[in-house]
Design a protein around this ligand. Structure first.
Ligand code: FAD
Length: 385
């Protein structure tokens, strides 16, 4: 089959690799003119890593991954450790280490695997036409491309989704802003092999090790939507938001480079079950846009890619039927994870401070069992377990 994939993010690129591995001819169309990912880093949980292993990328993703062996929560104001435990029991239960990785390095690795010759940059999809036999993509630059199947991996603001659902979709602001970036690993921040999170006041600061001596950091602050982002003010703003917090958090704010720090107003989309229309299907954030609170958005895009390729492999009742089967294997799992992440976001970010305080109290009694159980629950149900 000839497959048109719209979007060269982590979903579109892995879909391209999975479909190619099953013998299809795949071209990826991407609106930006340069391969440049947004965001600093990402945690690829064990289910996502397994998908990349399945695609033959195991050694490559391992090389990008940081040594995240332990997990700790710290009281942001007092600096007291609330809990600290090894992630070994997680790895034993699910059979794979998770890897926090640089987004730029992940994107470059996937881009190279797909091959620049199979990716058309500067192609902004503006229209889709399905005549029942073929599907045609129309691009802003006047070009068109025709194939047997079109996959909309065009992210949270998807144009393909609008075609599939027949209209626009509302994004829902989750009430907090996430600042993220990379800083050198330093003992003034946290142990180099640990995912450390400081919590308090419905805010959090976090560092996770990625390869080559760097921490991925993020700082979450409940804020109104639409404040004007001014990079020059990031440090002053963060110092105010985290005033009185423990020395490592102050050190993090002092160390970060505002020029390379991202500021994201976190949104999700109410889960919806229709991902296909004729020969067109959604994949990744286009089909299930989530808050990042359980670190599963990208991992679910990887899972979509594998299931899509499997579904198209057995299209005995036709392509449309295979796409519906793909949709039906994916939409319930991703809907549940979007809602789980939303709930986690509310607890973490003080939507009801009594609930958030109860969570802080639980953290001080945690020995790792409950948190690991929660992470395992996100991982099981993946297609390559
Ligand atoms: P995208 O990465 O958004 O890629 C879509 C691509 O489509 C883009 O390149 C875009 O330019 C292109 N495109 C858009 N419109 C068009 C068009 N009309 N024509 C052509 N091309 C188009 N997930 C995890 O698994 N773990 C994490 O730790 C994690 N942390 C996160 C932290 C933050 C702060 C955020 C915001 C998200 C996080 N996520 C995480 C989620 C993850 O980033 C997304 O789920 C993932 O990027 C989705 O990949 P995608 O390919 O579906 O979409």
């Amino acid at each position: 089959m000839r497959v048109l994939v719209i979007g060269a993010g982590m979903g579109g690129l892995t879909a391209s690799l999975a479909l190619r591995a099953h013998g299809h001819e795949v071209t990826v169309y991407e609106r930006v003119r340069q391969n440049r990912p947004v965001g600093a880093a990402i945690s690829i949980w064990s289910n996502g890593v397994k998908c990349l292993n399945y695609l033959g990328l195991g050694d490559k993703v391992k090389a990008l991954g940081g040594p995240m062996d332990n997990l700790a929560y710290v009281d942001g104001l007092t600096g007291d450790t609330l809990c600290r435990f090894s992630l070994d029991p997680l790895v034993e239960q699910v059979g794979q280490k998770p890897y926090p990785v640089s987004r730029a390095e992940l994107q470059a690795m996937l881009f190279d695997e797909v091959g620049a010759e199979n990716i058309r940059l500067g192609h902004n999809l503006v229209g889709v036409e399905d005549d029942g036999e073929t599907v045609t993509a129309h691009f802003e630059n006047g070009e068109t491309a025709t194939g047997d199947v079109l996959i909309g991996a065009d992210g949270a603001h998807s144009t393909v989704r609008q075609y599939v659902l027949g209209g626009p979709t509302e994004r829902r602001y989750s009430g907090y802003v996430n600042y993220n970036g990379l800083v050198p690993i330093s003992a003034d921040l946290a142990p180099a092999d640990q995912w450390t999170t400081w919590v308090g006041q419905g805010k959090r600061a976090s560092v996770m090790p990625i390869a080559n001596g760097r921490f991925y950091f993020f700082l979450d602050v409940p804020l109104p939507l639409g404040l004007s982002p001014d990079k020059d003010a990031y440090k002053a703003d963060l110092s105010e938001y985290f005033s009185g917090w423990a020395p490592p958090v102050q050190h993090l704010i002092g160390t970060l480079d505002p020029a390379t720090t991202n500021r994201v107003e976190i949104h999700d989309i109410e889960p919806f079950m229709t991902w296909t229309r004729g020969r067109v299907a959604l994949l990744g954030d286009a089909g299930h846009s989530t808050t990042p609170d359980i670190g599963q958005g990208g991992c679910q895009a990887f899972e979509d890619a594998i299931v899509l390729a499997m579904a198209l492999q057995t299209n005995t009742l036709g392509i449309e039927d295979a796409l519906v089967r793909y949709q039906n294997r994916r939409n319930e799992r991703t809907a549940e994870l979007v809602l789980r992440a939303r709930k986690r976001a509310d607890v973490t970010h003080g939507v009801d401070m009594a609930v958030t305080q109860a969570w802080y109290d639980e953290l001080s009694r945690e020995d790792g069992t409950t948190i690991i159980r929660g992470i395992v629950a996100n991982i099981v149900g993946n297609p390559v377990s």
